[in-house]
Design a protein around this ligand. Structure first.
Ligand SMILES: Cc1cc2nc3c(=O)[nH]c(=O)nc-3n(C[C@H](O)[C@H](O)[C@H](O)COP(=O)(O)OP(=O)(O)OC[C@H]3O[C@@H](n4cnc5c(N)ncnc54)[C@H](O)[C@@H]3O)c2cc1C
Ligand code: FES
Ligand code: FES
Length: 1804
């Protein structure tokens, strides 16, 4: 056969020798099949954009399988017999969408959409391969291959997990909601849940293919396939003998299996003979005899399946489970699907430094390799031997793994910079073979990868361990020391430092020992150190409000483009179909130290390559060699498109190569030799710090701004200073910098991946020296940008335009990932110093901040002046001095990168807050609050809100507990606030067209859709403004023709500005339509438009948002709480939970804003943790320039529990349509992770006995930095406490202390408790019963009356003025009478009898009780109130009756002697015969008989307390005695035999709590007391306030109030009726007492301020007016109590009664009482003798035991840590003592060695 045959989406394709091996399946799909849905970014298997699904026969069984592959890694010539499915193949607009596509769209799993086809196809493959049988964990674990920079992964994970059989209910419900919400346009019809197309395609997923669907595989007969091309020969072979025959004929050959190895080590050029051995039968399958033999051609996925199966089936291969788990971390599924064992091992053979995990695993278990030297000559060698073996013309045949009995124990680790899809920083395998039934090692195997190319085994340590018990501290230390000596890593930048890798190697050995150690031999809190950190399946919630009344505004609809993004129909710049004669451009770069001067080029080699057509340099540019025209605002300096003279940074573009293929252009560009006139001998200046210390400082540093303080504090108690160095960040947009230029009759169409149309068009025109109107820049959408495509994209556009201009052909210019990373500037790094003076509370007295930001090689996009604005965050910055500078370095010009300036400003400030808190030992939240800006700042409330929502305080305790129980795992929970200062700029335009044909609307605007959802939000605003359905609106591409002169899309404001412009344009249109609408009388939209068309109304309008728009800059608020867990032995971490609260105003689209917040936050997490950039400091070359070396977060790096909350009921009066921007702020909140990681490291260091000094982890907080910050020492690596002598003493002392604690705090209290239980019940014999029956002393009863000083004015409507008169002191004697015990129910019945005796001498000064008081007549007003309430129609009659009864009173006030109104009574004259008074008196007699004393001649007396005095209360109360359960003592169970009242509604009628004279014992601070007050018909629930004491007895203070009925759901049943509740702090007593009065605390303390404001002369005071009771908690005895209640009455205005016609509407206080108790000496002594003296004796004994014990322990600890103490004392601050001179050079050693008797190994 001479061609490969395969299918793409069912269409057969053939490829022959004209295709070279470097044509990837990706290139073929995109350029030959012209299917542009499949994307590409990295071309090395690192990003997943290119994933497609393959269905093929899998040798040796030829079972047909479906699997995902990276199309960028597969040569198209390898695809023989494959059926490839691309994203277009599973669903599209014409045929309908696949469920995977539509579900991802509904879940809002797309933003820019560039990554989306890759995700869809990976899921599709998984779903098909597993026949829909998936678990959520499996789904989430299967996407290591796919990167997404926009979404933050959560919605993608949710969408795909919703397919899982065990999907949680939250997801299932969400899916239902989303189904309802999503109305997508597909195939021109509404395609809701039952779209027929979906059904059709879902069936196909089940794998029910018909025979005719599949012919290629079944017809393939494994014939040798030879494709001969001009430069290459491709062989597809099926037999080993054929392989040998072929390689025998050629020297220059390459074997290819899965060909994924090129993802690790790029293939620059293929040799002439390429031999595809993927299907060679001898290399396939596995055999299990004694050993397990795995064919070298077996893909890793298949190997894992074999391992999983065998590990459960065969005891001798149980160890394969460990290998399986490790392999799960190797590459990712698409690579493992075709990458083979042989390929992996051979990569290691060729590149010994490669940390191959397969090599490590096989070598650890003692595997062997079989090498085929000829088709029938084999040789078995060890893996170590294989590394050096001559493999010329040889093939790896298989790998043999031995059986291992249960005496062998294995543990392996792979430590990576992120959770998945990263090669090992270091990997390790440890295998101990133990002697039978002993803990003694027979053979030890310790293998490492990533140490150095030569290092495999720790041979010496393996020897040392033989015959040793590894589970003793001694052996452990010996082994560690030995490892320390033999492990000598080599520097291999950008790999982490040798220091880290060496210590990590030791830590991993220790980890393995911890893991293998049998139970019981190890302290429990060491155990978790043995395992690697593992992320649980994630979950997320999103909480926001949406107002349906304004939909489609504020509606959480998915993105308009979501479906076409999921089907690959959404196009990006490079998705323009193949153009005739198109060419590709690539930059030739100056790979040289900056400062070198160009001399010329030698492009002979490059031009020799077939397909290379041109070479251009700066000299070929017809116009200006500049892509940053300075006639555009915000552009400051010119930057060269192609360097012309002096090189500014390593990798700067200097020329362009043009070729007919992208790969050829890229390859040829590398072959151009750039010549230099001179190269500098000095090192490049790559960082701000290096500039500051260089002689060039003055030329390179510019001082941009200084903000002077306006205030200074004078209470500086501590000064804190520090410096910070934040690194850079690569944008990692998934769509590379791209431009396609197509010559047109008018000039040039420029399809640019840009955020800035205007800059691109001007730059291109200037560079070509053509008019701007001949350059048409078109942007449909951009595949992620984050600021990196604002100005930089113009360089690529100019280069592409130059090629088209000079060549006259369409040109595609796409930067490869390496070029993208090297050429394009990144986030500006920041160096900052500060000094803060603070007081004891942490409040800043002064703060000086100086910072420098790295501009790179030009002054464009300088952010330091912007950063100044963000420093204040939410704090009062009046005392801050901020100095902003920037520096020029020898790196690409820095660019805006998501949340530029705000990220750095806020991060520095938050660091300062943490630093202050640490220095003062204070709670960081308290320090923040102390510095908080007081003006109009909602942050304190939001902090409280989030603390509540996130259960912060409880979780903080859980974290502490976890840390106590885990020595090597530490958790931390941190909170951080944010105020993000948003500012507007412009202009931006929006154009709207209404089509008369059907009333549909099209919009275009001057911003770029790049994932932020601007199109969807704009369409929503338009639909809202025009009052039409969202489906009627669509968005057209942006272009420089329709949107000229606009600013770039950035700074999060684009959506708002376009929304504003859209709204205004809609208003213009609506104004034009208004007359017709009015004339037609509410016509349908379609009719309206049609009529307007007939009348020639212009149905097109535009509007430009400018800086004059009536919007204002505003603040966006946010608070975050983040919990992290750190593996202290590796530096890996796992974000356990994030609660993020952000103020989005009234979001235009909550789902889109959730996506923005999540995406920004995850990008921020990457910046602060895994995204590290490394330069070669000698040349300035960027070393982290690939997906292999630069690691943004992946799907398993996001928080395991990710909760987003929008600020409730938020609006924004300053912004557009009340919304707030959401694209960037959450990025700033991610800095919280640095605080959490530091806190976790701190916990570990404290465990290790380190001082609590401030920890500098460094930024980013990489695995390496975290690990090194712990400062591990070998002696910390132990796993069981050895009890030394002093420790044993300590143990004894601890025992004594524990006994003390046990007896004193546990046993004795139990005895006491049981005794008390008997004593505290109301059984007949107890003292408590006596006391309860009759309180043996009088209570204090004080009454205060309110004297009204302006009754006449009040009568006329003035507010009352009162003066308090009192106290009138009474002795109150309380007893219970008619007592009856009921043994069966354990209850007592009784009635109350209270008596009051006036005590003049104890009353207020001079008070006799005869003082005349003026106050509203309680009886008069009582009648008016009651009638007004119950029978208002009778008010007129009541008015007349009052005049009769009260003798025509002048007003509603009465003047009366104090004792009369209190006890003696005032006369009510009911002797009248007129109708009205008589009728009222009759009613009164009936209703108020209980409160009146009847005198002869129909005279009644009324007083407040007279009827109660010395009178047996009529009610019979039943209470529990508490003999059965003492906690029930005194509990009211019935009154008058009724089990509940009939006064209120619902629960309020229940009797809850005691009768108020006795309380249950054993009160704790957490108990709420309950007592039922019969007088007020309700239960009171005092709550614990604080500790107190009374006469030497410790008490607990409880306080109570009346409550806020309207807002307390528990009390709402006390309201008159629902919705009619009294003001806060007041209780309406009408229903309870039949009297129209209100109860409150005196002087309306703790009540609605409105009520207080209406009365003058009141002064509420906590001490005077609160209810407070001090209880002795053990017995529950009230020791001192002050129960206070005020009674008031409503004065109100009514025309129906003359007296009331001008009254003010106020609640008028009448009097208040204080019922006080203070236990006298006798009773206090009684308590003391019976309870406290025995308690005290025990107390002393227990404290003696405890303090003795602790002292002993402390002494032992002091002895134990004396060396640390000595070192601390003599080392850091007393240099004169420790400085080692030749004479006392051994001093340090002596001090150091005293602890263990011998010097411990020192870690380098
Ligand atoms: C993104 C990515 C991440 C990765 N991560 C990891 C990782 O974490 N850990 C890890 O260990 N590996 C990792 N790898 C490497 C991966 O395991 C290998 O790429 C894969 O196993 C190679 O198999 P292949 O069949 O594709 O080899 P190929 O690419 O086809 O071949 C690789 C080399 O092996 C030679 N070769 C292949 N088979 C034989 C044979 N039978 N006899 C002699 N020579 C042979 C070829 O000539 C070639 O030189 C990663 C790869 C990628 C792309
Ligand atoms: S392009 Fe294939 S994985 Fe990135
Ligand atoms: S949506 Fe994933 S990278 Fe943009």
């Amino acid at each position: 056969m001479t061609k490969v045959i395969f299918k793409i989406n069912g269409v057969q394709y053939e490829a022959d020798g004209k295709y070279s091996p470097d044509v990837s399946l990706n290139e073929y799909i995109r350029t030959v099949a012209d299917l542009r849905g499949t994307k590409a970014m990295c071309h090395e298997g690192g990003c997943g954009a290119c994933v497609v699904s393959v269905r093929a026969a899998s040798p040796p069984t030829n079972e047909v399988k479906t699997f995902a592959v990276n199309s960028c890694l597969v040569s198209v010539l390898s695809c023989h017999g494959w059926e490839v499915t691309t994203v277009e193949g599973i669903g599209n607009r014409t045929t309908g969408y696949h469920e995977v596509q539509s579900r991802l769209a509904k879940f809002n799993g797309t933003q820019c959409g560039y990554c989306t086809p890759g995700w869809v196809m990976n899921m599709y493959s998984l779903y098909t391969a597993k026949n829909k049988n998936l678990t959520a964990e499996e789904v989430e674990n299967s996407f290591a291959s796919n990167m997404c920079r926009c979404t933050g992964y959560r919605p993608i994970a949710d969408a795909f997990k919703s397919f899982a059989s065990d999907a949680d209910d939250y997801l299932k419900n969400k899916l239902i909601d989303l189904e309802d919400m999503a109305v997508f346009k597909c195939c021109g019809v509404k395609c809701k849940e039952n779209c027929k197309h979906n059904k059709k395609l879902t069936q196909k997923v089940n794998g029910k293919y018909h025979k005719e669907d599949w012919c290629v595989i079944e017809n393939s007969k494994n014939d040798i396939l030879i494709l001969k091309g001009a430069n290459y020969n491709w062989f597809k072979l099926f037999k080993l003998c054929d392989v040998f025959k072929t390689i025998a004929q050629c020297d220059d050959y390459k074997l290819i299996a899965g060909n994924t190895g090129q993802g690790v080590y790029h293939i620059t050029e293929y040799p002439k003979y390429v031999i595809d051995i993927f299907s060679v039968s001898e290399l396939k399958g596995h055999i299990l005899d004694v050993n397990l033999i795995l064919g070298a051609g077996m893909p890793l996925t298949e190997m894992m399946e074999v391992f999983q199966k065998l590990s459960t089936e065969n005891e001798n291969f149980a160890y394969l489970k460990e290998l399986y788990d490790h392999l799960d971390l190797v590459a990712h599924i698409p690579v493992r699907n075709i990458g083979t064992i042989g390929g992996n091992l051979y990569l290691k053979h060729l590149n010994n430094e490669f940390p191959s995990d397969l090599f490590l695993l096989f070598e650890t278990v003692g595997g062997m390799i079989t090498i085929a030297e000829e088709s029938n000559k084999f040789c078995k060698i060890t893996l170590s031997e294989f590394l050096k073996y001559d493999m010329k013309r040889k093939v790896i045949l298989n790998v043999m793994l031995p059986p291992l009995s249960s005496t062998s124990k294995i543990k392996t680790y792979k430590i990576m910079p992120r959770s998945q899809n990263a090669h090992a920083i270091l990997n390790a395998g440890v295998l101990f073979k133990f002697k039978q039934n002993l803990n003694v090692i027979e053979k030890a195997t310790i293998v490492y990868g990533g140490v150095s190319p030569d290092f495999v085994h720790a041979n010496k340590t393996e020897e040392v361990l033989v015959n040793q018990d590894p589970f003793t501290d001694e052996t452990l230390q010996i082994a560690l020391k030995s490892l320390q000596e033999e492990i000598d890593p080599v520097e291999a930048p950008p790999e982490p430092s040798t220091k880290y890798r060496k210590l990590l190697a030791l830590a991993l050995f220790y980890k393995a020992v911890l893991s293998l150690c049998p139970e019981g031999n190890i302290n429990a809190n060491y155990r978790s150190g043995g395992s690697a950190i593992k992320r649980h399946t994630s979950k997320g919630t999103q909480t926001y409000d949406t107002d349906e009344a304004i939909w489609p505004l504020n509606k959480p609809v998915p993105k308009l483009e979501a479906l076409v993004q999921c089907s690959g129909e959404a196009t990006f710049a490079n998705d323009l179909s193949s153009q005739t004669n198109e060419v590709y451009g690539a930059f030739v770069t100056a790979d040289v130290i900056p400062g070198s001067v160009l001399a010329g080029f030698d492009c002979t080699e490059a031009l020799k390559i077939p397909g290379v057509t041109a070479f251009y340099t700066a000299k070929d540019i017809p116009g200006k060699n500049n892509f940053t025209p300075t006639n555009i605002s915000i552009v400051r300096s010119e930057e060269e498109i192609l360097c012309d003279h002096e090189v500014k940074f390593y990798g700067q573009p200097v020329a362009i190569i043009v070729a007919n293929r992208e790969k050829i252009a890229n390859r040829a560009a590398k072959l151009v030799k750039v010549k230099y006139e001179s190269t500098p001998s000095k090192k490049p200046l790559l960082t701000v710090k290096s500039v500051l210390s260089s002689p060039e400082k003055s030329n390179r540093v510019s001082n941009d701004q200084v903000v002077e303080p306006t205030d200074v504090g004078h209470d500086t108690k501590k000064v804190i200073s520090d410096e910070l160095d934040f690194g850079t960040q690569y944008h990692y947009y998934m769509e590379p910098q791209t431009c396609v230029t197509v010559p047109t009759e008018n000039g040039l169409d420029v399809y640019s991946s840009t955020q800035w149309l205007d800059l691109t068009s001007v730059a291109v025109a200037q560079c070509l020296n053509v008019p701007v109107n001949s350059v048409n820049v078109i942007v449909r959408r951009v595949g992620g940008a984050y600021g990196g495509k604002i100005t930089r994209s113009a360089q690529i556009a100019c280069a592409s335009a130059l090629v088209s201009h000079l060549h006259g052909k369409p040109c595609r210019f796409i930067l490869s990932v390496e070029e993208n990373m090297r050429i394009i500037g990144k986030r500006a790094s920041t160096y900052c110093k500060f000094e803060a003076g603070v007081n004891d509370n942490g409040e800043i007295q002064y703060l000086n901040i100086t910072y420098y930001q790295d501009n790179g090689c030009s002054n464009n996009e300088t952010i330091s002046p912007m950063t100044v604005l963000h420093f204040p965050n939410c704090y009062n910055s009046k005392r801050w001095r901020i100095e902003a500078s920037s520096a020029i370095t020898d790196t690409p010009s820095a660019t805006w990168c998501r949340a530029p300036a705000s990220t750095e400003g806020i991060a520095v400030t938050e660091y300062v807050m943490e630093r202050i808190a640490h220095a003062l030992g204070k709670d960081p939240i308290a320090v923040r609050l102390a510095n908080m800006s007081k003006e109009d700042n909602p942050i304190p409330d939001l902090i409280e809100q989030l603390k509540k929502d996130s259960d912060f305080d409880t979780r903080l305790e859980d974290v502490k507990l976890f840390n106590t129980n885990n020595r090597w795992r530490k958790r931390a929970l941190k909170l951080m606030p944010m105020t993000y200062d948003l500012f507007y700029f412009g202009p931006f335009n929006c154009l709207i067209t209404i089509y008369h044909g059907d009333g549909t609307v099209a919009i275009t605007h001057g911003c770029t859709e790049m994932g932020q959802g601007i199109n969807t939000k704009t369409a929503q605003v338009c639909a809202y403004a025009l009052g039409i359905p969202l489906e009627k609106v669509s968005i057209m591409p942006s272009s420089s023709f329709t949107s000229p002169n606009c600013m770039p899309t950035g700074g999060s404001i684009g959506s708002e500005c376009i929304a504003y412009a859209c709204l205004k344009a809609c208003e213009i249109l609506m104004d034009r339509l208004k007359p017709i609408r009015e004339e037609l009388g509410n016509p349908s939209w379609e009719d309206l438009v049609q009529e307007a068309y007939k009348r020639q109304v212009y149905l097109h309008a535009s509007y430009m948002f400018t800086k004059d728009a009536p919007v204002q800059n505003y603040d966006i608020y946010g608070v975050i709480a983040l919990e992290v867990e750190v593996d202290i032995l590796t530096g890996n971490h796992d974000v356990l939970r994030v609660d993020l609260l952000e103020d989005t105003g009234r979001s235009l689209n909550p789902e889109i804003d959730v996506g923005q917040i999540e995406g920004a936050f995850i990008m921020g997490l990457g910046y602060w943790t895994s995204e590290k950039t490394v330069y070669d400091d000698k040349t300035g070359k960027l070393l982290t320039d690939r997906t292999w070396t630069y690691k943004p977060p992946g799907i398993k790096d996001i928080p395991a529990d990710f909760r987003i909350y929008f600020r409730r009921n938020s609006t924004n009066i300053h912004g557009v349509l009340q919304s707030k921007a959401s694209g960037e702020p959450a990025f700033c909140l991610a800095a919280v992770i640095t605080h959490a990681l530091r806190e976790a490291v701190r916990a570990a260091r404290l465990d290790a006995g380190c001082d609590d000094t401030w920890i500098e982890i460094g930024f980013p907080c990489t695995t390496e930095n975290i690990f090194l910050a712990v400062e591990h020492k070998l002696e910390h690596f132990k796993w069981k406490m050895q009890l030394q002598k002093h420790i044993k003493i300590a143990a004894g002392c601890t025992g004594a202390a524990i006994f003390g604690i046990l007896f004193g705090w546990v046993i004795f209290p139990v005895i006491l408790k049981s005794q008390l239980k008997k004593e505290m019940a109301l059984s007949k014999k107890t003292d408590i019963r006596q006391m309860w029956e009759k309180i043996p002393f009088a209570l204090d009863f004080k009454v205060y009356l309110f004297n009204y000083t302006n009754p006449e004015e009040v009568h006329k409507g003035a507010l009352p003025i009162v003066k308090e008169i009192g106290p009138y002191y009474f002795e109150e004697w309380k007893e219970k009478v008619e007592i009856q015990d009921q043994d069966d129910t354990d209850t007592i019945n009784y009635r109350k009898l209270d008596a009051f005796y006036f005590k003049k001498e104890l009353s207020g000064p001079g008070l006799t009780g005869e003082e005349v008081i003026t106050l509203p007549h309680p009886f008069l007003m009582g009648i008016v109130n009651i009638v007004n309430r119950d029978k208002p129609a009778m008010l007129n009659m009541v008015g007349k009756a009052i005049n009769g009864i009260f003798d025509n009173p002048p007003n509603v006030f009465v003047q009366v002697a104090a004792l009369d109104i209190l006890f003696r009574g005032i006369i009510i004259n009911c002797a009248r015969t007129e109708f009205a008074p008589k009728a009222v008196c009759t009613g009164m007699k009936k209703e108020a008989a209980e409160r009146l004393i009847f005198e002869p001649n129909n005279q009644y007396r009324f007083s407040f307390f007279g009827m109660r005095n010395a009178t047996v209360d009529k009610h019979v109360i039943t209470v529990k005695r508490g003999m059965k359960n003492v906690m029930d003592v005194g509990k009211v169970v019935a009154i008058d035999g009724k089990m509940e009242q009939e006064t209120w509604s619902g629960k309020c009628n229940e009797f809850e709590g005691t009768d108020g004279t006795v309380f249950p014992p054993f009160l704790t601070e957490f108990d709420r007391l309950e007592s039922f007050s019969g007088d007020l018909c309700r239960t009171f629930r005092p709550w614990y306030q604080r500790k107190s004491s009374y006469k030497g007895i410790k008490t607990n203070r409880y306080i109570a109030n009346i409550g806020d009925f309207a807002n307390d759901p528990e009390l709402q049943c006390l309201c008159d009726e629902p919705g009619n509740c009294p003001p806060k702090g007041l209780m309406d007593l009408t229903k309870c007492m039949g009297v129209a009065m209100y109860a409150s605390l005196p002087h309306f303390y703790d009540s609605d301020p409105e009520v207080l404001n209406n009365i003058k002369g009141l002064s509420p005071d906590v001490n005077e007016h609160e209810i407070a009771i001090d209880f002795e908690p053990i017995t529950g005895t009230p020791m001192v109590a002050k129960q206070r209640v005020q009674f008031s009455m409503l004065l109100f205005k009514t025309d129906k009664i003359e007296l009331c016609k001008d009254l003010p509407n106020v609640i008028a206080p009448l009097f208040w009482i204080e019922e006080g108790l203070s236990l006298n000496k006798t009773f206090v002594n009684m308590l003391k003798h019976q309870l406290f003296i025995p308690k005290r004796v025990v107390g002393v004994v227990r404290w003696l035991l405890v303090s003795g014990g602790i002292t002993g322990v402390l002494a032992c600890l002091l002895f134990h840590f004396k060396d640390h103490i000595i070192r601390f004392a003599v080392k850091p601050d007393s240099a004169n003592v420790t400085k080692i001179t030749p004479e006392n050079g051994d001093v340090e050693q002596k001090i150091f060695s005293t602890s263990a008797g011998k010097m411990l190994p020192k870690i380098e």
